[in-house]
Design a protein around this ligand. Structure first.
Ligand code: FMN
Length: 229
């Protein structure tokens, strides 16, 4: 099934039905998901809302906790993997929302972030309603091929990604947060970039390649990796 169409109508879901979900399709999808860096071990666990500390005003019936080994780019890898799941769930009528403002009741050093999810009848919006930077703000020159990344969700909609053209495709960078923002946004920005890369992957599944090369940062942005799409 082509999950890339969901990019143009999805939204963060904050209104859920209480329906019980059969998790088998989700588990099956995750057993075949594309990873960005196969050398980073990761796992996940599904909780119900009562098993999680939630600091948002809304709640979902279920929360998926992501765990990862804390190797370089682990946040990018986590965002990349689990945004594919979020798009897939949309095709099943299951809404989701990444939640930074929630935590596990029991501390786990491998914990990365949670994704709220559940059945919803409030899953979509028109593409004209997306609040996003323009294509010229997210790249060295505007490029329609970056549209799927442009529409990607990010923590507080900060859209911290930046692309430059290369002979083979693009280099991708993330914004360098100032000292005040670094503590909170440092981890989330990596996840955000991974989410944007997931959108580029599902839109170009046969040609997408990602590699971390030895490249310099550019003014205001840190180098994350190089891609072909
Ligand atoms: C890493 C990450 C953390 C987020 N944390 C929260 C959160 O704690 N609470 C919330 O309501 N939304 C959260 N969001 C959702 C963003 O606010 C949302 O993706 C963004 O505003 C863009 O809107 P859209 O997803 O509807 O396109 C988070 C998103 C990401 C990617």
């Amino acid at each position: 099934m082509d999950i890339s169409n969901q990019i143009y109508s999805r939204k963060s879901c904050r209104k859920y039905l209480d329906d019980e979900l059969d998790m088998s399709a989700i588990k099956e999808f995750l057993s075949n998901v594309k990873v960005l860096n196969p050398e980073i071990n990761y796992s996940y666990e599904i909780f119900t809302k009562d098993e999680i500390n939630i600091r948002t005003r809304w709640k979902a019936p279920y929360y998926l906790a992501i765990y990862s080994e804390k190797k370089d780019n682990f946040g990018v890898n986590a965002g990349f993997i689990f945004q594919q799941l979020s798009l897939f769930m949309q095709t099943l009528g299951i809404g989701s929302c990444w939640v930074g403002m929630a935590s596990l009741k029991k501390n786990n050093p491998d914990f990365v972030i949670l994704i709220a999810f559940g059945k919803s009848d409030n899953l979509t919006r028109d593409v004209s309603k997306f609040k996003r930077k323009s294509l010229s703000e997210i790249a060295d020159s505007p490029d329609e091929k970056l549209k799927p990344a442009q529409l990607a969700p990010s923590a507080v909609n900060s859209q911290p990604w930046y692309f430059t053209h290369t002979d083979e495709g693009f280099d991708v960078f993330k914004v360098k947060p100032n000292v005040l923002k670094r503590k909170i946004f440092g981890k989330w920005n990596d996840i955000d970039v991974g989410i944007a890369l997931a959108h580029l992957y599902v839109s170009n599944p046969d040609t997408f390649e990602f590699e971390v090369k030895n490249k310099e940062d550019i003014k205001g942005y840190s180098y994350i990796g190089s891609l072909k799409i």
